[in-house]
Design a protein around this ligand. Structure first.
Ligand code: MN
Length: 427
């Protein structure tokens, strides 16, 4: 176990009380990109209610020598740092963890440097953490795939014959990946509500959320060189929460035979803080058992191939006094692991690059209160979701805000992801 996640450790920036309740204790240190109060953009980590400007520490000569072109941290993305690989990630994490320790005076007692490098989260503006070159969306939840398949093809043909043999995915649209808080415009498109009549054009009447997690690629692989599964995790830098907004009526008409296109390309929202695998390590766990046994190139090198991350989706409408929880799920329910996704994605020789985003697919559990989309929660409209004020939903309405949160919890602390939120606006 790495010492940076020792539950006894405290930062001088978190009180004893907040250390167990904040999503961002010293054991977490998630990475993000933000605009400082003076307008400069920089890379940093979250700590309690603050952010630490790592670009400023780099300029002050306080970081380990990574033997890489500098500056790595004062730009507007994490791509350069992420491309340095796990040894560099770990070295910087350990140094930051040291500098933030309650017993370490170097930063704690340097008032001038603290003014320059530490800001309240309320005083900064988060930006997208990466320049995202490519975005791939998997379909790795057996429960979600079974639910959707049952609704559209019937129980006997719910899972396609390939599903248990390979992690199904499609190439998504990177340009419309947006940061939490960005409003999402209701898309227009073709739909065919009546299969006897020609298709119609207009605003989607079935805008939905999809509860997903996303992994950012750190070090890429060269074209023509697949990533073996036992090296796959070392290519991933960290994780965020993903809301893969979907227009179900557009999707239903367009998806045969090549899969989703316009139904998914209008917006994908992500949470701003990228939680590293060093922080997630204490929450490793086994995924579901896999039957049939995967082909050798997809065979997990370790049984604890996934992470226990609690997920929650809430909705805030104009008539609700507070957000209402729609579902609770867990990242560990996914059938295909991150390592299997990377190994499969690259097995043809396809090259992943720093900053590429691999989303998991909707994460549903076995019980109806754990389904990760409105399509499933309301069972394609047959079981409308009742909200506390008596109103109902089968899909999202204009003005609805969807709020997704994620956290790993232990007795001593939590490793939080913060939230991803977005409001549907009409047009
Ligand atoms: Mn999706």
């Amino acid at each position: 176990m790495n010492w940076t996640v020792d539950p006894k450790r405290r930062s001088f920036l978190t009180s004893d009380e907040s250390a167990s309740s904040t999503p961002f204790p010293i054991q977490n240190l998630p990475w993000g990109v933000f605009r400082r109060p003076d307008g400069r953009t920089t890379c940093g980590v979250a700590i309690g209610e603050y952010v630490l400007d790592v670009g400023r520490l780099e300029a002050a000569g306080l970081l380990p020598d990574l033997q890489a072109p500098q500056p790595l941290f004062s730009g507007d993305s994490l791509n350069a740092f992420a491309s340095q690989g796990p040894t560099a990630w770990r070295a910087v994490r350990e140094r930051l963890s040291e500098l933030l320790d309650a017993d370490e005076p170097r930063l704690r007692d340097d008032a001038a440097l603290r003014r320059e490098a530490i800001f309240a989260q309320a005083d900064i503006t988060m930006r997208l953490p990466f320049a995202i070159g490519d975005y791939t969306d998997f379909y790795s939840s057996k429960e979600h795939a079974t639910n959707v398949g049952t609704m559209f093809r019937g129980k006997d043909n719910a899972l396609q014959p390939n599903w248990l043999y390979l992690p199904v995915a499609y190439h998504g649209r990177a340009s419309s990946v947006v940061l939490s808080g960005t409003p999402v415009r209701r898309p227009h498109g073709q739909t065919r509500p009546d299969s006897e009549a020609p298709p119609q054009f207009g605003p989607s009447r079935a805008v939905d959320f999809e509860l997903e997690m996303g992994a950012f690629v750190g070090t890429g692989n060269d074209l023509g060189h697949p990533v073996p599964i036992d090296e796959a995790e070392s290519h991933l830098f960290g994780m965020v929460i993903v809301n893969d907004w979907s227009a179900r009526d557009i999707q239903r008409w367009e998806y045969v035979p090549l899969g989703p296109f316009l139904a998914k390309n209008f917006a994908t929202s992500i949470s701003p803080w990228v939680v590293t695998f060093d922080a997630l390590e204490p929450f490793r766990c086994a995924g579901p058992s896999q039957d049939p046994e995967p082909l050798p190139y997809l065979k997990s090198p370790r049984p604890d191939s996934t992470f226990d991350i609690e997920l929650q989706v809430a909705i805030q409408t104009s008539s609700l006094p507070e957000p209402y929880t729609l579902c609770r799920s867990n990242f560990r329910y996914l059938y295909w692991s991150l390592a299997q996704q990377v190994a499969h994605h690259t097995v043809t020789g396809c090259n992943l690059r720093p900053g590429d985003l691999l989303a998991s697919g909707t994460i549903s559990g076995t019980t109806p209160d754990s389904f990760g989309s409105m399509l499933e929660l309301a069972w394609k409209g047959e079981r409308p979701i009742e909200l506390p004020d008596g109103s109902t939903r089968t899909m999202l309405q204009d003005g609805d805000t969807v709020i997704m949160t994620a956290a790993c919890r232990s007795d001593a602390y939590q490793i939080g992801f913060g939230e991803v939120r977005g409001t549907i606006v009409g047009n």
